[in-house]
Write a new protein. Structure first.
Length: 389
């Protein structure tokens, strides 16, 4: 933040000195230039030393000296907004917009800043109106469109978010396919929850059109096919996920194994899990194979498999599974020992984040397609390690 403000304010110091020198007499302007320069460098020094309150006092004084310096007011409003003093930022930008004599470009910049103030204050309806007007005027349309997409995401108005993302793509030439695919998947999920399967399929077709290798669209399609009794179609969709991105293996194993069981294809289930276990270093396929072996070949085979895997890739979750399998046959003191171990392992796992956002570091117990913290999409991934995946 400090670096950004320095970039904004350094040119202003030179501009203010030139401006005052032009408007006053040589003697008077010289004194004012000196005072303005001193105040600017004092304010910048406060910013460098993270003394923002003192910096604000200085820049307010500078703004009073020279009411025509637009950059000063923009920088000041930006500083207020970043400090969380949104009401003060709004007043600065509103006063700036109301000032006569502003050029069209200067007013547009001030309007964009005011819209960001409204967003920070949670006044999304005002921000939406302002950004929509800017887009209609074709003024700073790309940033205004980006803000509108963010607003519609927040409001979960996916249709409008898709529409404005497409406009942004057309205007800038920057692909928005990944983002549009996520929005279409949200629509598909909503339609599936209502039982509107045809509507869900249409949204998924649009998602694949926007992003042909969309992992999320394949997952949603797998659930949709399974719900409609098309087990082979569901298996194909879920297996496609493992080919495209191994990080999503934990999300598809349970429904995929259920589909294998419904189709009577348990041999294929074992083959698939063994293949994934070779490529994927997480513990989910290990746990799935252990359950499969316990059901089809007996608990001794599952115990031997888990013991071997634990030596190769230590995992608290695999240890928990091994304890659970042993509990089925343990008696007396041995059983009590396993119960104590299970309680200790459970406490170790309690409260542990299983997923983490690669953008902001947000930790979560469950998977999120959109990070609850930074709002980025498809950035929440499994945490690999002894305690995690």
């Amino acid at each position: 933040m400090t670096t950004l403000l320095l970039v904004l304010l350094l040119p202003v110091a030179a501009l203010s000195g030139w401006y005052v020198a032009r408007r006053g007499s040589e003697r008077t302007s010289g004194a004012r230039v000196s005072e303005l320069s001193t105040n600017y460098f004092r304010g910048l020094n406060y910013l460098l030393n993270e003394q923002q309150d003192k910096a604000i006092e200085v820049f307010l004084k500078v703004a009073e000296y020279n009411r025509d310096t637009i950059e000063t007011h923009l920088a000041l409003g930006n500083l207020f907004r970043r400090r969380g003093e949104v009401d003060r930022a709004i007043r600065v930008h509103q006063n700036l917009i109301a000032r006569p004599g502003l050029s069209g470009e200067e007013k547009t910049v001030a309007l964009l800043e005011l819209g960001e103030d409204y967003m920070r204050a949670g006044l999304l309806d005002r921000a939406e109106t302002l950004f929509t007007d800017l887009v209609a005027m074709d003024a700073l349309a790309p940033p205004a469109l980006r803000h509108l997409v963010s607003i519609y995401q927040h409001e979960r108005d996916w249709a409008k978010a898709i529409d404005h993302a497409r406009k942004l793509e057309q205007l800038t030439g920057e692909s928005q396919g990944t983002l549009i695919a996520q929005f279409q998947c949200e629509l598909a999920e909503q339609a599936r929850a209502r039982g509107a399967c045809d509507e869900a399929r249409a949204a998924l077709d649009a998602a694949f059109e926007a992003q042909p290798d969309s992992v999320r669209a394949s997952i949603v399609l797998g659930h949709l096919e399974a719900a409609q009794g098309n087990v082979d179609g569901a298996i194909a969709a879920f297996e496609r996920v493992a080919v495209r991105d191994l990080d999503y293996v934990p999300e598809i194993l349970s429904p995929l194994l259920d589909c294998y069981a419904r189709a009577g294809r348990m041999q294929r289930a074992e083959e698939f899990l063994l293949q994934i276990n070779e490529r994927y270093q997480g513990v989910s396929p290990v746990l799935a194979l252990a359950k499969l072996y316990a059901r089809t070949q007996g608990e001794p085979v599952a115990i031997e498999f888990l013991t071997r895997q634990l030596r190769q890739r230590p995992s608290v979750r695999a240890l928990m599974a091994l304890i659970d399998v042993n509990l089925h046959t343990a008696q007396g003191e041995a059983r009590e020992g396993f119960l104590i171990q299970r309680d200790l392992v459970r406490k170790l796992l309690e409260g542990q984040a299983m997923y983490r956002c690669s953008r902001c570091g947000f930790g979560a117990r469950a998977h999120h397609w959109q990070c609850p913290s930074c709002k980025s999409w498809a950035s929440v991934r499994p945490i690999h390690g002894v305690v995690g995946e």
